[in-house]
Design a protein around this ligand. Structure first.
Ligand code: ATP
Ligand code: MG
Length: 390
């Protein structure tokens, strides 16, 4: 008997986004994520997506993968059977053996979307509950506070038996809410900010600024690895690696030291905006966090954002480090993030950075630079790296 995965859809909040396009996006994302795991049939009925594995499909891996797909609020593995009460009870007894033997108490909950089924939900629950109680006399029926809830659904094509659902990744399907550029460093924060905006249905283009030889090949490999890890949630992405060395050297040679970081961050924003415009992206995502470092005061962020007309999305702005780390661990990027390679922000760090700059001061401080030429030169040198889940 081949079991299946049932995925319940999450929120559909935007008025312009109708259910059909939400479902289409979600199913496309699901199919792409399942492709390396075997052959699957994926279809959507009554706000539930069904994933059926064909011969040889890795259902365990598929179930794990589906827990990382945005737009799914909960999911369960379930077994199908014919739509008659005896078949349903037989299946429940067989399919839930382990769960029934380890639980002290249980109840049955039935749902019937096929209204032609000859029993009410309550009658079906009572019948299957009785059969299960006979088969597992050590497991008590408890309709108020059971350890195990056995779910039965009578749907159009079949009846399904499944145990308690597990939570899905939530959010909205990636691609249902536009495209943004995300600034990805090798730190703890930016993979988490990327994940959080992807969760809102945004397809992301990771951009990394690379200052070889001040930052090493290993530092770049680490960011590529973080990007690859994020594809579990974000889907396929193409990372843009921007050569940043010349810009940093120019800043070091021609600008007052206390403004180094601010000027560097303004270049990041300008280049990110270029990449956004070339790719139809409508925002820039960063991992900034209020007060965490000198460049993350309100004044510093104002001077950084002054060079772009795009909204800068900072999903971590009000979080504590511990909260960010909890998410980083959950999404599996933390261990890579703490590998000890330097980032371009730590190259030429000013000894006494300006923390409350006026925008006009920063503009004056960078006036010795040929900004447009430097930006163009960096853009010419971009390297694109495809990232996919294996
Ligand atoms: P993170 O942990 O994400 O590195 P951080 O706390 O170290 O963040 P900063 O180094 O000030 O903070 O960087 C703030 C944000 O700027 C980062 O979260 C990231 O979005 C972006 N950023 C910093 N360095 C780079 C880089 N080399 N390439 C791309 N984006 C970067
Ligand atoms: Mg950093």
């Amino acid at each position: 008997m081949n079991d299946i995965i049932l995925l319940k859809l999450g929120e559909i909040v935007l008025k312009g986004l109708n259910r059909k396009s939400f479902e289409q996006k979600l199913m496309g994302n699901i199919r792409r994520r399942l492709a390396p795991l075997g052959n699957f049939r994926v279809y959507c009925l009554q706000s539930t997506v069904y994933v059926e594995g064909e011969e040889g499909a890795d259902m365990d891996a598929a179930f794990e993968a589906m827990q990382q797909v945005f737009g799914v609020i909960s999911l369960s593995r379930a077994a199908p059977c014919e739509k008659n009460k005896e078949a349903i009870a037989r299946l429940a007894i067989e399919y839930l053996r382990d769960e029934m033997e380890s639980a002290r108490s249980f109840k049955v909950e039935s749902k019937r979307s096929d209204k032609a089924f000859p029993m009410t939900s309550i009658e079906l629950s009572q019948y299957v509950g009785g059969e299960l109680a006979d088969a597992y006399p050590d497991t008590a029926v408890d309709v108020h506070d059971p350890e195990l809830t056995v779910h039965i659904e009578v749907r159009d094509l079949a009846a399904y038996v499944h145990a308690a659902p597990v939570p899905g990744a939530g959010g909205m399907p990636v691609g249902s809410n536009g495209v943004a550029v995300t600034l990805l460093s090798g730190g703890i924060d930016s993979p988490v900010s990327t994940y959080m905006i992807a969760k809102r249905g945004v397809r992301l283009i990771p951009v990394h600024f690379f200052s070889f030889p001040y930052t090493s090949q290993q530092a770049k490999d680490k960011v590529v690895e973080l990007g690859r890890q994020l594809t579990a949630y974000c889907g396929r992405m193409t990372m843009e690696v921007v050569p940043f060395t010349h810009i940093q050297e120019e800043i070091r040679d021609k600008c007052p030291e206390e403004y180094f970081t601010l000027i560097m961050r303004r270049f990041m924003m300008r280049i990110a905006q270029h990449i956004a415009e070339a790719n139809g992206a409508k925002a820039i995502v960063t991992g900034e966090n209020l007060g965490q470092v000198a460049s993350q005061t309100m004044e510093a962020m104002a001077s950084t954002q002054a060079v772009t007309h795009l909204p800068v999305l900072q999903p971590l702005i009000g979080m504590d480090k511990e909260e960010i780390i909890t998410i980083a661990r959950k999404i599996g990027t933390f261990d890579t993030s703490i590998l000890p390679y330097e980032d371009c922000c730590t190259v030429f760090t000013p000894r006494h950075p300006r923390t409350r700059p006026q925008v006009s001061e920063v503009e004056a401080a960078e006036s010795a630079l040929d900004v447009d030429t430097l930006v163009q030169e960096a853009i010419q040198g971009i390297e694109r790296i495809s990232l996919d889940h294996e």
